[in-house]
Write a protein that binds this ligand. Structure first.
Ligand code: OGA
Ligand code: MN
Length: 285
């Protein structure tokens, strides 16, 4: 069933789309929810301007898409175990949270399918989020290279950022968010390097420079060289969409087929986002 109500405006290349004429504060009628899911499957990143939401409404919208994901290493909001506040205060000098290309929690056995970010305070300059389309990045590779990498598995770990000696454990000067480094983060999981999307059936590259640390069966030097090529290729400007926020905008992205990267450039201004995740499946080739 389709409704005429939803207004979907995709970017020219089809990666990313704006959705209007829907009210996310109330349960979506089945036809509207169906259309939102279809637009999301088609465009990978979708955003809904002008959606003021309470915490309850943000949680209820999230649950219409699936169960909550598991969000370790960042202290959630008080009394809201499933909402993280992604916050950087005006006087803060710490690094930008999420400020390197990644797919959320890709080190988990079943990484979150979807991340939802709801903008509360948007700085007047900077603070855009970049998105990179892992589907077109895969499709742009030569058949020879595709055949070579398709059977590979890559190793993912959260040790770099969240390990007991990781980046956040060393970092000083963070005020807006409480990061909880842990030895637990030093575990590793392997995932297919190329994964097939459970909804669309399309293949996408599934590696990222924050959590992917090697290639199964390769030496460290071999794995690093292959990954360096893939990271550069995936984040080539052909595949990247730069997202500009406005207060009360809700954006959701598909961690199964795209990368994202938070940009800075707003020192002296506060930026606040509320974030939920939707659980996903174990990646399959
Ligand atoms: C995240 C993230 C990007 C941003 O919340 O997972 O990467 O622009 N955020 O805040
Ligand atoms: Mn992220």
């Amino acid at each position: 069933m389709t409704t005429l109500a939803l207004k979907v405006t995709p970017n020219a290349d089809g990666f990313g789309a704006e959705i209007r004429s829907v009210d996310l504060s109330r349960p979506l009628p089945p036809g509207v929810l169906h259309d939102v899911k279809a637009a999301f499957a088609a465009h990978g990143v979708v955003w809904f301007p002008d959606q003021p939401l309470t915490h309850d409404q943000l949680e209820a919208f999230t649950l219409q898409l699936g169960a909550f994901g598991w969000d370790p290493y960042v202290k959630p909001m008080e009394d809201r175990p499933h909402i993280l506040e992604v916050r950087r205060d005006a006087d803060e000098t710490a690094s930008v949270f999420g400020g390197t290309w990644h797919s959320d929690w890709s080190f988990q056995e079943t990484p979150p399918a979807i991340t939802i970010l709801h903008a509360k305070i948007v700085p007047p300059v900077g603070g855009d989020t970049l998105y990179a389309d892992g589907v077109r990045a895969w499709e742009a590779l030569s058949p020879t290279f595709q055949a070579m990498i398709a059977p590979l598995r890559s190793v993912h770990s959260a040790a770099g950022p969240y390990g007991s000696k990781g980046f956040y454990a060393q970092e000083k000067g963070r005020t807006g968010m409480t990061i909880l480094p842990s030895v637990e983060a030093e575990k590793a999981y392997t995932h297919p390097l190329v994964r097939t999307h459970p909804v669309t059936g399309r293949k996408a590259l599934f590696v990222n420079p924050v959590y992917t640390v090697g290639i199964e069966g390769m030496t460290e030097a071999e794995g690093k060289a292959l990954l360096a090529f893939l990271f550069k290729h995936m984040t080539d400007e052909r595949f990247v969409y730069r997202h500009r926020w406005a207060a009360n905008m809700l954006t959701m992205w598909d961690n199964r087929c795209c990368l994202h990267n938070a940009t800075g450039g707003y020192d002296g201004h506060t930026r606040v986002m509320h974030r939920t995740t939707v659980a996903g499946d174990a990646p399959r080739p």
